[in-house]
Design a protein around this ligand. Structure first.
Ligand code: ZN
Length: 165
């Protein structure tokens, strides 16, 4: 068994607490729960935050402001478009902020975000809800370890703070 990595680098499992603030509002935080676990270098998180983590030791606390281009992207396209409610499965619960996969094998798959539900119309947008936004992260790295061979194969972390499957 190899020693735990000393600083964040490609291929390390990194556990960290974070608070994400956008336009002065906290939109996401790991406070009160387990830290988030990522496999560094595998695009598990937005590129700007991953870049900011690289080279830092366990225990490091920092704040970083990530622009849209290194976050959830710039806002593109015509904006939210209406779809009939019956384009979705009958038993699907649909609410603002939910994400659906759309597309086909030929044209490729993409994510559609529900921006609002109005009567029998569901408005969807290809842009992530935080596209175009500057992301202000507050981060504390809590621990690091080597990934298991299975985690390397999957490109993400298993167990607490990671994927359960
Ligand atoms: Zn997996």
């Amino acid at each position: 068994m190899s020693a735990a990595p000393e600083v964040v680098a490609d291929g390390a499992v990194v556990l960290f607490h974070y608070t994400l603030t956008v336009d002065g509002d906290v939109v996401d935080t790991s406070d009160g729960g387990p830290p988030l676990a990522i496999l560094a270098g595998q695009d598990n998180i937005v590129p700007g935050l991953e870049k900011a983590l690289m080279g830092r030791p366990v225990g490091d606390e920092f704040e970083v402001s990530v622009g849209a281009a290194d976050g959830y992207g710039e806002v593109e396209g015509p904006g939210a478009q209406p779809l009939p409610r019956d384009a979705f499965p009958d038993d699907a619960e649909i609410a603002e902020g939910m994400a659906f996969m759309a597309g086909s094998e030929e044209e490729g798959y993409f994510t559609l975000w529900v921006t609002k539900v109005e009567g029998d119309q569901v408005f969807v947008d290809k842009n992530h809800p935080l596209a175009g936004k500057t992301l202000d992260f507050k981060v504390k790295i809590t621990s690091m370890r080597e990934p298991s061979p299975e985690e390397v194969a999957h490109g993400h972390v298993h167990g607490e703070g990671g994927h359960h499957h």
